[in-house]
Design a protein around this ligand. Structure first.
Ligand code: GTP
Ligand code: MN
Ligand code: MN
Ligand code: MN
Ligand code: MN
Ligand code: MN
Length: 207
C-alpha cells in the first residue's frame, strides 16, 4: 500500500489535475493563488502561401521556462480584482494598453497539487491591426527577454500531410492547463468547430 500511495503521489506531482469551476465558486476559494491570463485574437483574411486560410491570429507566448502559455499572471496582494491583475500583467509582458473587463471572462480552472491555484482565462477579439500593434509593442515590454521570450501566433490550419499546423503545435509543452484553455477557447468562441478540434487532437496524438 505504501508503494502504491508513493507512486500515486509522484504521479500527481508530475501531472497537476485541473477542474473547471464556475466563476462565483472560483472567486470564493480561500487559500488559493489566483492567476488570470488572456487569449487575444483577431480575424484575419490572410492566406499562407497564397492558398491556406489563416482565419484568425491567436496570440500565445513562449515563456522563460520553455513552455507556451497565455500572457497574464498572478494577482498581486492588494489588487482589487482579477481584471486589475490581468491588465497589469498584460502591460508588463506585452506593453498592452487594452483594458480587459469582466465581459471578457471565459472560464476558471482549479488545481490542488502541487500548489492550490485557480487559473482564470479571458479572451478579447481585436482587429488584426490592433493585434499587430501589440506584437510590435511586446518586444519593448518590461518583461520581454526575461519572463517572456516572445509572442507567437497559433496555427489553426492543418497542412496537407495531416500533421503540420495545429496538430504539431499541440505537441509543444504548455504551462499548467494552457493547452486545454486554448482548445476550450477556440471551441467556445466559435473559432473552430468541435469536429475540427477533435481532428487536430487526434492528429496530434497520432504523430
Ligand atoms: P511572476 O510575475 O514571475 O510571478 O509571473 P506571473 O505573475 O506572470 O505568473 P505566470 O504567468 O507564470 O502565471 C502564474 C501561474 O499560472 C504559473 O506558475 C502557472 O502555474 C500558471 N500559468 C501560467 N501561464 C498560464 C497559462 O497560460 N494558462 C494557465 N492555465 N496557467 C498558466
Ligand atoms: Mn520563406
Ligand atoms: Mn508576469
Ligand atoms: Mn505571466
Ligand atoms: Mn506577476
Ligand atoms: Mn513578474
Amino acid at each position: 500500500l505504501r508503494w502504491v500511495l508513493g507512486a500515486l503521489s509522484v504521479a500527481m506531482a508530475e501531472k497537476a489535475r485541473y477542474r473547471r469551476v464556475e466563476r462565483a465558486h472560483a472567486l470564493g476559494l480561500r487559500g488559493f493563488r489566483h492567476a488570470s491570463h488572456a487569449m487575444l485574437y483577431a480575424p484575419s483574411d490572410e492566406m499562407l502561401f497564397g492558398r491556406i486560410p489563416v482565419r484568425y491570429a491567436v496570440l500565445m507566448q513562449m515563456r522563460f521556462d520553455g513552455t507556451l502559455g497565455f500572457p497574464g499572471g498572478f494577482l498581486d496582494p492588494g489588487e482589487a480584482c482579477l481584471e486589475d491583475g490581468l491588465n497589469r500583467e498584460l502591460q508588463e509582458e506585452m506593453g498592452c494598453n487594452v483594458r480587459l473587463t469582466e465581459a471578457d471572462y471565459l472560464c476558471s480552472h482549479v488545481c490542488q497539487h502541487p500548489r492550490p491555484i485557480v487559473n482564470h482565462l479571458y479572451a478579447r477579439k481585436l482587429t488584426l491591426a490592433e493585434l499587430q500593434a501589440l506584437e510590435v509593442s511586446a518586444v519593448q515590454a518590461r518583461d520581454h527577454g526575461g519572463e517572456v521570450l516572445g509572442m507567437v501566433r497559433v496555427p489553426l490550419y492543418t497542412l496537407r500531410g495531416g500533421r503540420g499546423g495545429l496538430p504539431t503545435f499541440l505537441r509543444n509543452r504548455f504551462i499548467g492547463n494552457a493547452r486545454d484553455q486554448l482548445l476550450y477557447a477556440l471551441r467556445k468562441l466559435g473559432i473552430m468547430t468541435p469536429g475540427e478540434l477533435q481532428a487536430a487532437e487526434d492528429a496530434s496524438r497520432a504523430h
